[in-house]
Write a protein that binds this ligand. Structure first.
Ligand code: GLY
Length: 397
C-alpha cells in the first residue's frame, strides 16, 4: 500500500470515452511493465469482427479450442462455451474454478455458475453448490430441465444428484494445504500451543513460519508455497467467463467460479447473477466478469455492458464504461480502489471483442492483464484495456 501511494497515478472518469482516448492515456508506449513480448491490445485485434469467435478470461487459453471445434462444426454456442469451461472446471491446477477451487473459511469448496442461451433467450444459474464439479453444465441443466432460473445450496446439490451428476470431494491436496496455511496466518489456534514442544515463544511470525514449515514438509509441497502465499495475500476471485458468437451471429455465454477464497459459507459473488457475471442479448452481444464480484453486482455489469453496446459502443468501450461506474461508486478514491481488482469482457454480434481491467497488470506486476481469444485460427492472449495506468497495489508475498 505504501508503495502504491508513492506511485504516479492517473485516474480519469472514462464514462463516454473512446478506445482512442484510452490508448492515448494508457498507450503501450508508456507501458511501465517489463514485458518481453507485449501482447496485442483489444483495440488492435478487434477492430474487424470475425465469426465464429469465442473468448474467455486468460485462464481459459488452453480450453478455447474445445469450444471452437464445436462452433466450426455448426454446433450450438452454449454447448461450445460450456465445453470450453468444463476443461477448466476439471483442471485441479486452476484453483479459482471447479475441482481444486480454493475453499470457503470452513474448508468446503462452494461453486457458483450461470449461463445464457441467446437464440432462445433462456438462462440458468446455481450458487453455493458443494461437491459437484461441473457447475456450468449444472446451470445449463437448470435452464433446460426446470421451470426455474436459479437454484442454490443444498437444493442445487440435490437437483444435481437427481440429474445424474457425480458427488465428489472437490478439495485437492494443494487447496487443502492452502486453506491450512491461510488458517495459520489468521489464528494462533491453528499453531502449536504452549504445552507443545514445538511452541515458539518469540514473535508471532516465527510461530507462523514454523507452522508453515510443518505443513509444507516435502520438496513437492514446498514448491506450491509461493503461489499459496500469493493467494493468502490476495484471496482470489478467479473465475472463468466464456462467450461465443457463431457464424450465423447466435450468441451464448457462461461463467463459472469457486468464488472468493476463504469466503463466509454461503457468500455468493457475481458469477451466478444473470445481468452481473453473465448476460446475453442475441441481438447485441454478451458480457462477463472476473474479480471482486461484489463490485460488479452493484453496477449490474453484464447488463450494463450489453446495453452500452446496444447504443453503439464497442465491446472495449462498453467494458470501460462499466469500470468507470465501479470507480464512481468510490468517487474514484484510489485508496479504496486499491483494495481490489476486477475485469470485464465482452463480444458483440459482429464478432468484435474487448475487455477492460481496473489495473494494468495482474497481481503479478510483470504480467499485463489479458484475456483469451480464439477467432478460428489459434487461441491467443490479448491485453485488456486498463482503466488505471498502474499496477495493482500490495506486494504479492
Ligand atoms: N467474480 C467472482 C466472484 O466474486 O465470486
Amino acid at each position: 500500500m505504501e508503495m502504491w501511494s508513492r506511485r504516479k497515478f492517473f485516474l480519469t472518469s472514462l464514462a463516454g470515452s473512446a478506445i482512442a482516448s484510452a490508448n492515448k492515456l494508457f498507450g503501450r508506449a508508456m507501458d511501465p511493465l517489463n514485458v518481453a513480448n507485449p501482447l496485442p491490445t483489444a483495440a488492435e485485434t478487434a477492430a474487424q469482427g470475425k465469426r465464429p469467435l469465442i473468448i474467455s478470461s486468460a485462464n481459459g487459453l488452453h480450453a478455447l479450442d474445445r469450444g471452437m471445434d464445436i462452433l466450426k462444426k455448426g454446433g450450438d454456442t452454449l454447448d461450445a462455451v460450456v465445453a470450453a469451461v468444463t476443461v477448466v472446471e476439471d483442471d485441479p491446477n486452476d484453483d479459482s474454478v471447479g475441482f481444486g477451487g480454493l475453499p470457503n473459511e470452513e474448508g468446503e469448496v462452494e461453486l457458483d455458475a450461470s449461463c445464457m442461451h441467446g437464440p432462445t433467450g433462456r438462462a440458468g444459474s446455481v450458487a453455493s453448490v458443494r461437491r459437484i464439479k461441473n457447475v456450468s453444465r449444472l446451470a445449463k441443466t437448470v435452464m433446460e430441465r426446470t421451470n426455474h432460473v436459479m437454484i442454490v445450496g443444498e437444493g442445487a446439490h440435490r437437483f444435481a444428484i437427481d440429474e445424474g451428476f457425480e458427488d465428489l470431494n472437490l478439495l485437492t491436496e494443494r487447496s487443502r494445504l492452502a486453506w491450512l496455511a491461510w488458517k495459520a496466518s489468521t489464528s494462533f489456534n491453528w499453531r502449536p500451543g504452549i504445552d507443545s514442544p514445538k511452541y515458539v515463544q518469540k514473535s508471532s511470525i516465527d510461530g507462523y513460519n514454523q507452522q508453515i514449515a510443518a505443513i509444507f514438509d516435502t520438496p513437492e509441497k514446498r514448491a506450491w508455497l509461493p503461489h499459496i502465499q500469493n493467494v493468502i495475500a490476495h484471496p482470489p476471485t478467479g473465475t472463468i467467463p466464456c462467450m461465443a458468437v457463431d457464424a450465423k451471429g447466435d450468441i451464448s455465454a457462461t461463467t463459472t467460479t469457486s468464488g472468493l477464497a476463504w469466503k463466509i459459507p454461503g457468500r455468493v459473488g457475481d458469477s451466478p447473477i444473470i445481468g452481473a457475471g453473465c448476460f446475453v442479448d442475441n441481438e447485441v452481444g454478451a458480457a462477463g466478469s472476473t474479480g471482486k464480484g461484489e463490485e460488479n453486482i452493484k453496477i449490474a455489469g453484464g447488463h450494463t455492458i450489453v446495453e452500452m453496446m446496444r447504443r453503439g459502443k464497442s465491446p472495449s468501450d462498453a467494458c470501460l464504461e462499466a469500470m468507470s461506474r465501479v470507480a464512481h461508486n468510490y468517487k474514484n478514491d484510489k485508496k479504496k480502489l486499491a483494495t481490489f481488482h476486477i475485469f470485464f469482457y465482452a463480444i458483440n454480434k459482429n464478432g468484435q471483442h474487448g475487455a477492460a481491467s481496473l489495473w494494468r497488470s495482474t497481481y503479478d506486476k510483470n504480467k499485463h492483464a489479458s484475456y483469451a481469444v480464439h477467432d478460428g485460427t489459434q487461441a491467443r492472449l490479448v491485453e485488456t484495456i486498463p482503466f488505471l495506468d498502474e499496477v495493482p497495489p500490495g506486494e504479492p508475498s
